[in-house]
Design a protein. Structure first.
Length: 132
């Protein structure tokens, strides 16, 4: 995947309270992509996130970082989407990393055991620089 710029990706500002769910896909470099999600990941608001993550996997980056820093809530449908994305990424040869999950999202991952199948990182920068 060609680099769009040489700078570290910036996290989009999704602070508009009217936004229920949003997703931004960025190229971090020629081997990594970052998909920053915001809002709630629930059955009513998954479409933007699912679309952006599917698009990212189609590009087949070596690493796909899902930035969850601005995700306030994730229900079972959001978790199911993340698990499906993980399977699709693995099939495409892409390593999926989750970054910046809130305590609420981390708790969901821990309660369901999903924290053992995801590569979890405190922030996007550490996810991008973690060894493969």
């Amino acid at each position: 995947m060609p680099a769009q710029n040489d700078k570290e990706p910036t996290v989009p500002d999704f602070t508009d309270s009217a936004v229920e769910s949003a997703a931004r896909l960025q190229s971090a470099d020629d081997r990594a992509a970052v998909c920053a999600l915001a809002g709630d990941l629930d059955i009513e608001s998954l479409a933007p996130a699912a679309t952006a993550l599917d698009e990212a996997i189609r590009d087949r980056p070596d690493v796909l970082v899902v930035d969850l820093q601005q995700v306030g809530f994730c229900d079972s449908s959001g978790l199911n989407m993340l698990l499906k994305v993980r399977m699709a990424a693995t099939a495409a040869g892409t390593e999926l990393r989750l970054a910046g999950a809130s305590p609420t999202v981390l708790r969901l991952l821990e309660l369901t055991g999903a924290d053992t199948v995801f590569s979890l990182h405190p922030d996007t920068a550490s996810a991008l620089t973690a060894p493969r």
